[in-house]
Design a binder for this molecule. Structure first.
Ligand code: PHE
Length: 497
Protein backbone atom coordinates (compact mmCIF):
# COMPACT_ATOMS: atom_id res chain seq x y z
CA UNK A 1 0.00 0.00 0.00
CA UNK A 2 1.69 3.17 -1.18
CA UNK A 3 1.45 6.68 0.23
CA UNK A 4 0.01 7.71 -3.12
CA UNK A 5 -2.86 5.24 -2.76
CA UNK A 6 -3.66 6.52 0.74
CA UNK A 7 -3.47 10.10 -0.56
CA UNK A 8 -5.94 9.31 -3.31
CA UNK A 9 -8.40 7.79 -0.80
CA UNK A 10 -8.03 10.81 1.49
CA UNK A 11 -8.66 13.27 -1.37
CA UNK A 12 -11.66 11.35 -2.66
CA UNK A 13 -13.01 11.21 0.89
CA UNK A 14 -12.62 15.00 1.33
CA UNK A 15 -14.08 16.00 -2.04
CA UNK A 16 -16.64 13.23 -2.47
CA UNK A 17 -15.07 12.57 -5.88
CA UNK A 18 -12.31 13.92 -8.10
CA UNK A 19 -13.45 15.29 -11.42
CA UNK A 20 -10.02 15.46 -12.95
CA UNK A 21 -6.72 14.57 -11.31
CA UNK A 22 -5.10 17.35 -13.37
CA UNK A 23 -6.86 19.88 -11.16
CA UNK A 24 -5.36 18.34 -8.01
CA UNK A 25 -1.70 19.41 -7.82
CA UNK A 26 -0.40 16.38 -5.84
CA UNK A 27 -1.98 14.04 -8.38
CA UNK A 28 -1.19 16.18 -11.42
CA UNK A 29 2.53 15.84 -10.72
CA UNK A 30 2.37 12.04 -10.90
CA UNK A 31 2.97 10.34 -14.24
CA UNK A 32 -0.56 9.49 -15.43
CA UNK A 33 0.60 6.46 -17.39
CA UNK A 34 2.72 4.77 -14.75
CA UNK A 35 2.63 5.61 -11.04
CA UNK A 36 -0.82 7.20 -10.96
CA UNK A 37 -2.34 4.55 -13.18
CA UNK A 38 -0.98 1.66 -11.15
CA UNK A 39 -2.13 3.20 -7.85
CA UNK A 40 -5.62 3.63 -9.29
CA UNK A 41 -5.69 0.13 -10.74
CA UNK A 42 -4.77 -1.47 -7.48
CA UNK A 43 -7.46 0.47 -5.57
CA UNK A 44 -9.95 -0.43 -8.28
CA UNK A 45 -9.04 -4.13 -7.93
CA UNK A 46 -9.98 -3.86 -4.25
CA UNK A 47 -13.32 -2.32 -5.33
CA UNK A 48 -12.52 0.85 -3.40
CA UNK A 49 -12.75 3.28 -6.31
CA UNK A 50 -13.75 3.52 -9.93
CA UNK A 51 -11.81 5.63 -12.34
CA UNK A 52 -12.12 6.88 -15.88
CA UNK A 53 -9.41 8.13 -18.19
CA UNK A 54 -9.88 11.72 -19.39
CA UNK A 55 -7.84 12.80 -22.35
CA UNK A 56 -7.52 16.50 -23.07
CA UNK A 57 -5.40 18.56 -25.37
CA UNK A 58 -3.38 21.47 -24.14
CA UNK A 59 -0.99 24.01 -25.65
CA UNK A 60 2.38 24.16 -23.99
CA UNK A 61 5.40 26.43 -24.44
CA UNK A 62 8.46 25.33 -26.36
CA UNK A 63 11.96 25.90 -24.96
CA UNK A 64 12.32 29.03 -27.07
CA UNK A 65 9.02 30.38 -25.70
CA UNK A 66 10.17 29.75 -22.13
CA UNK A 67 13.28 31.78 -22.89
CA UNK A 68 11.09 34.62 -24.21
CA UNK A 69 8.96 34.55 -21.06
CA UNK A 70 12.15 34.89 -19.01
CA UNK A 71 13.99 37.51 -21.09
CA UNK A 72 11.42 39.29 -23.26
CA UNK A 73 10.56 38.88 -26.92
CA UNK A 74 13.08 39.53 -29.66
CA UNK A 75 11.11 42.52 -30.98
CA UNK A 76 10.76 43.98 -27.49
CA UNK A 77 14.48 43.70 -26.85
CA UNK A 78 15.24 45.24 -30.21
CA UNK A 79 12.97 48.21 -29.51
CA UNK A 80 14.59 48.62 -26.10
CA UNK A 81 18.00 48.86 -27.77
CA UNK A 82 16.82 51.26 -30.49
CA UNK A 83 15.27 53.55 -27.87
CA UNK A 84 18.61 53.75 -26.09
CA UNK A 85 20.12 55.38 -29.20
CA UNK A 86 18.47 58.75 -29.74
CA UNK A 87 19.91 59.05 -33.27
CA UNK A 88 18.83 55.57 -34.19
CA UNK A 89 20.72 52.28 -34.26
CA UNK A 90 22.99 51.52 -37.18
CA UNK A 91 21.77 48.38 -38.92
CA UNK A 92 25.36 47.19 -39.07
CA UNK A 93 25.56 47.40 -35.27
CA UNK A 94 22.42 45.32 -34.59
CA UNK A 95 24.28 42.07 -34.70
CA UNK A 96 27.10 43.09 -32.41
CA UNK A 97 24.67 44.53 -29.86
CA UNK A 98 21.92 41.90 -29.87
CA UNK A 99 23.19 38.85 -31.72
CA UNK A 100 20.53 36.64 -33.27
CA UNK A 101 17.81 38.38 -31.23
CA UNK A 102 18.20 41.52 -33.32
CA UNK A 103 17.73 39.74 -36.58
CA UNK A 104 14.83 37.67 -35.33
CA UNK A 105 13.06 40.66 -33.79
CA UNK A 106 13.18 43.03 -36.75
CA UNK A 107 10.24 41.74 -38.77
CA UNK A 108 7.86 41.75 -35.84
CA UNK A 109 9.14 45.14 -34.58
CA UNK A 110 8.39 46.67 -37.99
CA UNK A 111 4.97 44.97 -38.09
CA UNK A 112 4.11 46.28 -34.64
CA UNK A 113 5.02 49.79 -35.84
CA UNK A 114 7.69 50.04 -33.17
CA UNK A 115 10.67 50.77 -35.43
CA UNK A 116 11.27 52.05 -38.94
CA UNK A 117 14.19 52.45 -41.26
CA UNK A 118 16.04 55.70 -41.89
CA UNK A 119 18.92 55.24 -44.32
CA UNK A 120 21.31 52.77 -42.71
CA UNK A 121 19.69 53.11 -39.30
CA UNK A 122 16.79 51.71 -37.36
CA UNK A 123 14.78 54.44 -35.67
CA UNK A 124 12.10 54.21 -32.99
CA UNK A 125 8.51 55.01 -34.02
CA UNK A 126 7.28 55.11 -30.44
CA UNK A 127 8.62 57.30 -27.65
CA UNK A 128 8.75 54.70 -24.93
CA UNK A 129 8.55 50.91 -24.36
CA UNK A 130 4.99 49.60 -24.12
CA UNK A 131 4.08 48.85 -20.50
CA UNK A 132 4.08 45.12 -21.23
CA UNK A 133 5.66 42.88 -23.86
CA UNK A 134 2.58 41.58 -25.79
CA UNK A 135 4.25 38.32 -26.84
CA UNK A 136 5.20 37.55 -23.25
CA UNK A 137 1.66 38.33 -22.09
CA UNK A 138 0.21 35.86 -24.60
CA UNK A 139 2.74 33.14 -23.81
CA UNK A 140 2.08 33.49 -20.09
CA UNK A 141 -1.60 33.06 -20.74
CA UNK A 142 -0.92 29.89 -22.73
CA UNK A 143 1.30 28.64 -19.93
CA UNK A 144 -1.47 29.12 -17.38
CA UNK A 145 -4.61 28.15 -19.30
CA UNK A 146 -3.28 25.85 -21.99
CA UNK A 147 -4.75 28.00 -24.75
CA UNK A 148 -5.61 31.52 -25.98
CA UNK A 149 -9.03 32.99 -26.75
CA UNK A 150 -7.67 34.52 -29.97
CA UNK A 151 -7.21 31.50 -32.23
CA UNK A 152 -5.42 33.56 -34.89
CA UNK A 153 -2.82 34.62 -32.38
CA UNK A 154 -2.47 31.03 -31.20
CA UNK A 155 -1.92 29.88 -34.79
CA UNK A 156 0.76 32.53 -35.20
CA UNK A 157 2.56 31.40 -32.04
CA UNK A 158 2.44 27.85 -33.37
CA UNK A 159 3.89 29.01 -36.68
CA UNK A 160 6.70 30.73 -34.81
CA UNK A 161 7.27 27.39 -33.02
CA UNK A 162 6.61 28.96 -29.64
CA UNK A 163 3.70 26.71 -28.66
CA UNK A 164 2.80 23.11 -29.36
CA UNK A 165 -0.23 20.94 -28.74
CA UNK A 166 0.11 17.93 -26.42
CA UNK A 167 -2.24 15.32 -25.10
CA UNK A 168 -2.58 15.16 -21.37
CA UNK A 169 -4.17 12.42 -19.39
CA UNK A 170 -6.08 12.85 -16.20
CA UNK A 171 -8.55 10.64 -14.38
CA UNK A 172 -11.97 11.03 -12.90
CA UNK A 173 -12.14 9.13 -9.60
CA UNK A 174 -15.32 8.11 -7.80
CA UNK A 175 -16.01 5.95 -4.75
CA UNK A 176 -16.79 2.28 -5.26
CA UNK A 177 -18.58 -0.27 -3.09
CA UNK A 178 -15.73 -0.95 -0.67
CA UNK A 179 -14.50 2.63 -0.37
CA UNK A 180 -12.63 3.42 2.86
CA UNK A 181 -9.77 5.67 3.83
CA UNK A 182 -7.62 2.81 5.03
CA UNK A 183 -6.73 -0.29 3.17
CA UNK A 184 -7.01 -3.75 4.64
CA UNK A 185 -5.02 -6.38 2.90
CA UNK A 186 -7.33 -8.80 1.20
CA UNK A 187 -6.98 -12.52 1.61
CA UNK A 188 -6.19 -14.33 -1.58
CA UNK A 189 -6.60 -17.90 -0.35
CA UNK A 190 -8.71 -19.67 2.18
CA UNK A 191 -6.37 -21.67 4.42
CA UNK A 192 -6.91 -24.65 6.70
CA UNK A 193 -6.12 -22.38 9.71
CA UNK A 194 -8.86 -19.98 8.66
CA UNK A 195 -11.34 -22.83 8.47
CA UNK A 196 -10.23 -24.27 11.81
CA UNK A 197 -10.43 -20.94 13.64
CA UNK A 198 -13.55 -19.77 11.83
CA UNK A 199 -11.80 -16.51 10.86
CA UNK A 200 -12.76 -17.05 7.20
CA UNK A 201 -16.28 -15.82 8.09
CA UNK A 202 -15.11 -12.26 8.67
CA UNK A 203 -12.17 -12.27 6.29
CA UNK A 204 -12.11 -9.98 3.25
CA UNK A 205 -11.28 -11.91 0.12
CA UNK A 206 -9.76 -10.52 -3.00
CA UNK A 207 -12.23 -10.89 -5.87
CA UNK A 208 -11.32 -13.17 -8.73
CA UNK A 209 -9.75 -11.40 -11.67
CA UNK A 210 -11.28 -13.09 -14.65
CA UNK A 211 -9.21 -10.90 -16.96
CA UNK A 212 -5.97 -12.31 -15.61
CA UNK A 213 -3.94 -14.32 -18.06
CA UNK A 214 -2.81 -16.82 -15.47
CA UNK A 215 0.41 -18.75 -15.32
CA UNK A 216 1.32 -20.93 -18.24
CA UNK A 217 1.32 -24.53 -17.07
CA UNK A 218 4.51 -26.49 -17.60
CA UNK A 219 3.98 -29.12 -20.19
CA UNK A 220 5.90 -31.38 -22.46
CA UNK A 221 6.45 -30.47 -26.08
CA UNK A 222 6.97 -32.57 -29.15
CA UNK A 223 10.20 -32.06 -31.04
CA UNK A 224 9.62 -30.59 -34.53
CA UNK A 225 10.93 -33.83 -36.07
CA UNK A 226 8.20 -35.70 -34.22
CA UNK A 227 5.56 -33.29 -35.44
CA UNK A 228 6.58 -33.62 -39.08
CA UNK A 229 6.99 -37.37 -38.64
CA UNK A 230 3.41 -37.55 -37.40
CA UNK A 231 2.18 -35.63 -40.44
CA UNK A 232 3.94 -38.09 -42.73
CA UNK A 233 2.54 -41.06 -40.80
CA UNK A 234 -0.99 -39.71 -41.30
CA UNK A 235 -0.36 -39.34 -45.03
CA UNK A 236 0.86 -42.94 -45.21
CA UNK A 237 -2.11 -44.21 -43.21
CA UNK A 238 -4.52 -42.27 -45.44
CA UNK A 239 -3.03 -44.12 -48.43
CA UNK A 240 -3.47 -47.56 -46.89
CA UNK A 241 0.08 -48.15 -45.62
CA UNK A 242 1.05 -50.21 -42.58
CA UNK A 243 3.96 -49.15 -40.37
CA UNK A 244 7.00 -51.44 -40.29
CA UNK A 245 8.69 -52.19 -36.95
CA UNK A 246 11.86 -50.17 -37.53
CA UNK A 247 13.17 -49.60 -34.02
CA UNK A 248 16.28 -51.70 -34.50
CA UNK A 249 19.41 -49.70 -35.20
CA UNK A 250 21.90 -52.55 -35.53
CA UNK A 251 21.74 -54.80 -38.57
CA UNK A 252 23.92 -57.39 -40.16
CA UNK A 253 25.64 -56.53 -43.42
CA UNK A 254 23.45 -59.29 -44.81
CA UNK A 255 20.19 -57.37 -44.37
CA UNK A 256 21.64 -53.92 -44.79
CA UNK A 257 23.58 -54.72 -48.00
CA UNK A 258 23.66 -58.28 -49.33
CA UNK A 259 19.91 -58.88 -49.54
CA UNK A 260 19.72 -55.56 -51.37
CA UNK A 261 22.16 -56.78 -53.98
CA UNK A 262 24.84 -54.33 -52.85
CA UNK A 263 28.13 -55.97 -53.87
CA UNK A 264 30.62 -56.58 -51.09
CA UNK A 265 33.18 -54.22 -52.68
CA UNK A 266 30.67 -51.40 -52.96
CA UNK A 267 32.07 -48.11 -51.58
CA UNK A 268 29.00 -47.72 -49.32
CA UNK A 269 30.26 -50.72 -47.34
CA UNK A 270 33.52 -48.97 -46.63
CA UNK A 271 34.57 -47.96 -43.09
CA UNK A 272 34.50 -44.38 -44.35
CA UNK A 273 30.79 -44.58 -45.04
CA UNK A 274 29.49 -47.07 -42.53
CA UNK A 275 29.84 -47.58 -38.79
CA UNK A 276 30.79 -51.17 -37.95
CA UNK A 277 30.28 -52.67 -34.51
CA UNK A 278 33.15 -54.10 -32.48
CA UNK A 279 31.02 -55.94 -30.00
CA UNK A 280 29.26 -58.07 -31.03
CA UNK A 281 31.24 -58.04 -34.25
CA UNK A 282 29.41 -60.95 -35.88
CA UNK A 283 25.73 -61.54 -36.59
CA UNK A 284 24.10 -64.94 -36.48
CA UNK A 285 23.48 -66.67 -39.79
CA UNK A 286 19.97 -66.06 -41.12
CA UNK A 287 17.64 -68.97 -40.51
CA UNK A 288 16.51 -69.24 -44.11
CA UNK A 289 19.49 -71.15 -45.52
CA UNK A 290 17.99 -71.33 -48.98
CA UNK A 291 17.73 -67.56 -49.05
CA UNK A 292 21.37 -67.26 -47.97
CA UNK A 293 22.37 -69.57 -50.78
CA UNK A 294 20.32 -67.61 -53.31
CA UNK A 295 22.01 -64.37 -52.23
CA UNK A 296 25.45 -65.95 -52.59
CA UNK A 297 24.61 -67.22 -56.07
CA UNK A 298 22.97 -64.09 -57.35
CA UNK A 299 26.00 -62.04 -56.28
CA UNK A 300 28.63 -64.48 -57.56
CA UNK A 301 27.27 -65.87 -60.81
CA UNK A 302 23.81 -64.43 -61.20
CA UNK A 303 20.39 -66.10 -61.12
CA UNK A 304 16.83 -65.30 -62.30
CA UNK A 305 18.17 -64.16 -65.68
CA UNK A 306 20.89 -61.95 -64.12
CA UNK A 307 24.61 -62.48 -64.74
CA UNK A 308 25.52 -61.36 -61.19
CA UNK A 309 28.60 -59.41 -60.16
CA UNK A 310 31.03 -62.30 -60.65
CA UNK A 311 33.14 -62.04 -57.51
CA UNK A 312 33.68 -64.51 -54.65
CA UNK A 313 30.94 -63.67 -52.15
CA UNK A 314 32.01 -64.06 -48.52
CA UNK A 315 29.63 -65.06 -45.77
CA UNK A 316 32.10 -63.43 -43.33
CA UNK A 317 31.46 -60.03 -44.84
CA UNK A 318 27.67 -60.39 -44.67
CA UNK A 319 27.83 -61.26 -40.98
CA UNK A 320 29.56 -58.03 -39.94
CA UNK A 321 27.39 -55.88 -37.70
CA UNK A 322 26.58 -52.34 -38.81
CA UNK A 323 24.58 -49.38 -37.65
CA UNK A 324 22.00 -49.54 -40.40
CA UNK A 325 22.76 -47.07 -43.18
CA UNK A 326 19.20 -47.02 -44.49
CA UNK A 327 15.79 -48.27 -43.43
CA UNK A 328 15.68 -50.30 -46.64
CA UNK A 329 17.27 -53.05 -44.49
CA UNK A 330 13.92 -53.27 -42.68
CA UNK A 331 11.96 -53.15 -45.94
CA UNK A 332 14.06 -56.04 -47.21
CA UNK A 333 13.33 -58.15 -44.12
CA UNK A 334 9.61 -57.35 -44.43
CA UNK A 335 9.56 -58.29 -48.13
CA UNK A 336 11.36 -61.52 -47.29
CA UNK A 337 8.52 -62.29 -44.85
CA UNK A 338 6.00 -61.41 -47.53
CA UNK A 339 7.35 -64.29 -49.61
CA UNK A 340 5.62 -66.70 -47.15
CA UNK A 341 2.27 -65.33 -48.32
CA UNK A 342 2.84 -63.17 -51.39
CA UNK A 343 0.25 -60.45 -52.00
CA UNK A 344 0.06 -56.73 -52.79
CA UNK A 345 1.05 -54.69 -49.76
CA UNK A 346 1.94 -51.14 -48.72
CA UNK A 347 4.51 -50.60 -45.97
CA UNK A 348 6.32 -47.60 -44.53
CA UNK A 349 8.78 -46.69 -41.82
CA UNK A 350 10.18 -43.43 -40.45
CA UNK A 351 13.21 -44.00 -38.30
CA UNK A 352 16.84 -43.34 -37.61
CA UNK A 353 19.74 -44.34 -39.87
CA UNK A 354 23.48 -43.78 -39.52
CA UNK A 355 26.20 -42.82 -41.94
CA UNK A 356 29.85 -42.19 -41.26
CA UNK A 357 29.87 -38.73 -42.76
CA UNK A 358 31.73 -35.48 -42.14
CA UNK A 359 29.43 -33.39 -39.97
CA UNK A 360 28.51 -29.91 -41.21
CA UNK A 361 25.63 -27.44 -41.13
CA UNK A 362 23.33 -29.74 -43.07
CA UNK A 363 24.72 -33.20 -42.29
CA UNK A 364 24.98 -35.22 -39.12
CA UNK A 365 26.21 -38.79 -38.82
CA UNK A 366 22.61 -39.82 -38.31
CA UNK A 367 19.24 -38.80 -39.70
CA UNK A 368 15.72 -40.09 -40.06
CA UNK A 369 14.59 -41.78 -43.18
CA UNK A 370 11.04 -41.84 -44.46
CA UNK A 371 10.64 -44.94 -46.53
CA UNK A 372 7.77 -46.52 -48.39
CA UNK A 373 7.49 -49.77 -50.32
CA UNK A 374 4.55 -50.86 -52.37
CA UNK A 375 4.11 -54.36 -53.81
CA UNK A 376 1.60 -54.96 -56.60
CA UNK A 377 1.11 -57.38 -59.45
CA UNK A 378 2.67 -56.18 -62.71
CA UNK A 379 3.20 -52.62 -61.53
CA UNK A 380 5.61 -50.57 -63.62
CA UNK A 381 7.73 -47.44 -63.57
CA UNK A 382 4.58 -45.55 -64.64
CA UNK A 383 2.94 -46.64 -61.39
CA UNK A 384 5.95 -45.41 -59.44
CA UNK A 385 5.81 -41.97 -61.09
CA UNK A 386 2.03 -41.73 -60.64
CA UNK A 387 2.27 -42.87 -57.07
CA UNK A 388 5.01 -40.34 -56.22
CA UNK A 389 2.85 -37.58 -57.69
CA UNK A 390 -0.09 -38.62 -55.49
CA UNK A 391 2.11 -38.99 -52.41
CA UNK A 392 3.74 -35.58 -52.69
CA UNK A 393 0.45 -33.94 -53.72
CA UNK A 394 -0.81 -34.90 -50.23
CA UNK A 395 1.61 -32.34 -48.84
CA UNK A 396 0.91 -29.74 -51.50
CA UNK A 397 3.96 -30.52 -53.62
CA UNK A 398 3.10 -30.64 -57.32
CA UNK A 399 4.93 -30.69 -60.63
CA UNK A 400 7.60 -33.26 -59.76
CA UNK A 401 10.51 -33.99 -62.03
CA UNK A 402 12.33 -37.32 -62.19
CA UNK A 403 15.94 -37.96 -63.03
CA UNK A 404 17.52 -41.34 -63.78
CA UNK A 405 19.75 -42.42 -60.91
CA UNK A 406 21.50 -45.49 -59.58
CA UNK A 407 20.86 -47.76 -56.59
CA UNK A 408 22.29 -51.30 -56.53
CA UNK A 409 18.86 -52.62 -55.47
CA UNK A 410 16.55 -50.78 -57.88
CA UNK A 411 16.34 -50.63 -61.64
CA UNK A 412 15.24 -48.23 -62.95
CA UNK A 413 16.07 -45.76 -60.17
CA UNK A 414 14.96 -42.16 -60.07
CA UNK A 415 15.76 -39.08 -58.04
CA UNK A 416 12.70 -36.95 -57.39
CA UNK A 417 12.89 -33.17 -57.68
CA UNK A 418 10.45 -30.42 -56.78
CA UNK A 419 10.64 -26.70 -57.38
CA UNK A 420 11.34 -24.86 -54.15
CA UNK A 421 9.59 -21.49 -54.38
CA UNK A 422 11.49 -20.00 -51.44
CA UNK A 423 14.90 -20.96 -52.78
CA UNK A 424 13.86 -20.39 -56.39
CA UNK A 425 15.40 -23.63 -57.60
CA UNK A 426 14.77 -27.33 -58.09
CA UNK A 427 15.69 -29.40 -55.04
CA UNK A 428 16.05 -33.13 -54.66
CA UNK A 429 13.33 -34.43 -52.37
CA UNK A 430 13.68 -38.18 -52.67
CA UNK A 431 15.22 -41.30 -54.16
CA UNK A 432 13.15 -44.11 -55.61
CA UNK A 433 13.08 -47.13 -57.86
CA UNK A 434 11.69 -50.53 -58.82
CA UNK A 435 13.37 -53.23 -56.71
CA UNK A 436 15.50 -55.60 -58.79
CA UNK A 437 14.51 -59.20 -59.54
CA UNK A 438 17.92 -60.20 -58.06
CA UNK A 439 16.61 -58.99 -54.74
CA UNK A 440 12.95 -60.03 -54.90
CA UNK A 441 13.27 -63.42 -56.54
CA UNK A 442 16.03 -64.44 -54.11
CA UNK A 443 13.41 -64.06 -51.40
CA UNK A 444 11.02 -66.32 -53.26
CA UNK A 445 8.55 -63.64 -54.33
CA UNK A 446 6.70 -64.43 -57.60
CA UNK A 447 8.12 -62.75 -60.70
CA UNK A 448 5.03 -60.67 -61.39
CA UNK A 449 4.71 -59.31 -57.84
CA UNK A 450 6.74 -56.21 -58.36
CA UNK A 451 7.80 -53.78 -55.68
CA UNK A 452 8.52 -50.10 -55.87
CA UNK A 453 10.14 -48.11 -53.13
CA UNK A 454 11.31 -44.66 -52.22
CA UNK A 455 13.05 -42.83 -49.44
CA UNK A 456 13.53 -39.29 -48.22
CA UNK A 457 14.95 -37.62 -45.16
CA UNK A 458 12.72 -36.33 -42.39
CA UNK A 459 15.20 -33.61 -41.46
CA UNK A 460 15.05 -31.82 -44.77
CA UNK A 461 11.32 -31.00 -44.86
CA UNK A 462 11.47 -30.22 -41.12
CA UNK A 463 14.28 -27.72 -41.58
CA UNK A 464 12.43 -26.09 -44.45
CA UNK A 465 9.16 -26.07 -42.50
CA UNK A 466 10.65 -24.49 -39.36
CA UNK A 467 13.22 -22.29 -41.09
CA UNK A 468 16.19 -23.99 -39.45
CA UNK A 469 19.38 -23.57 -41.48
CA UNK A 470 21.81 -25.40 -39.21
CA UNK A 471 20.93 -29.01 -38.46
CA UNK A 472 22.77 -28.74 -35.14
CA UNK A 473 20.05 -26.37 -33.98
CA UNK A 474 17.50 -29.07 -34.70
CA UNK A 475 19.26 -32.05 -33.19
CA UNK A 476 21.89 -32.29 -30.46
CA UNK A 477 23.25 -30.12 -27.68
CA UNK A 478 22.81 -26.83 -29.54
CA UNK A 479 19.02 -27.16 -29.64
CA UNK A 480 17.31 -24.40 -27.68
CA UNK A 481 14.63 -25.71 -25.36
CA UNK A 482 12.62 -22.60 -26.02
CA UNK A 483 12.52 -23.42 -29.73
CA UNK A 484 11.21 -26.91 -28.95
CA UNK A 485 8.61 -25.64 -26.50
CA UNK A 486 7.23 -22.83 -28.62
CA UNK A 487 7.30 -24.07 -32.20
CA UNK A 488 3.89 -24.51 -33.83
CA UNK A 489 2.27 -27.70 -35.03
CA UNK A 490 3.45 -28.86 -38.43
CA UNK A 491 1.15 -28.70 -41.42
CA UNK A 492 2.56 -30.06 -44.60
CA UNK A 493 1.38 -27.70 -47.29
CA UNK A 494 2.63 -25.56 -50.15
CA UNK A 495 5.59 -24.09 -48.34
CA UNK A 496 7.18 -27.47 -47.68
CA UNK A 497 9.30 -27.10 -50.77
N1 PHE B 1 17.61 -46.53 -49.53
C1 PHE B 1 17.49 -45.34 -50.34
C2 PHE B 1 18.29 -44.21 -49.73
O1 PHE B 1 18.89 -44.43 -48.72
C3 PHE B 1 16.06 -44.92 -50.50
C4 PHE B 1 15.31 -45.90 -51.33
C5 PHE B 1 14.44 -46.78 -50.74
C6 PHE B 1 15.47 -45.90 -52.73
C7 PHE B 1 13.72 -47.68 -51.51
C8 PHE B 1 14.74 -46.78 -53.49
C9 PHE B 1 13.90 -47.66 -52.88
O2 PHE B 1 18.34 -43.11 -50.25
Amino acid sequence: MSALQLNILKLVDEKGQIENTLDVPVLAKEDPNTSLHSALTSLWAKEMINFKKLETEKWILTEEAKDIVAHGSHEFRLLEEVLKNLDGLKISDVNSKLGAVGKLGQGKAFKNGWVGKDGDKLVAKVTELPSADPAVVSLKEVEQTGSLPDKKELAELKKRKLVQLTKIVGYEITKAAKFATTITNLETDITSEMIASGSWKDANFKPYNFQSEGVYPNSGALHPLNKVREEFRQIFFSMGFTEMPANQYVESGFWNFDTLYVPQQHPARDLQDTFYLKDPARAKLPEDKEYLENIKQVHENGKYGSIGYRYPWKEEESLRMVLRTHSTAISSAMLHKLADDPKPIRLFSIDRVFRNEAVDATHLAEFHQIEGVLAGYDITLGDLIGFMEDFFAKMGVHGLRFKAAYNPYTEPSMEIFAYHKGLGKWVEIGNSGMFRPEMLESMGLPKNLRVLGWGLSLERPTMIKYGVSNIRELLGHKVSLDFIETNPAARLDEDLV
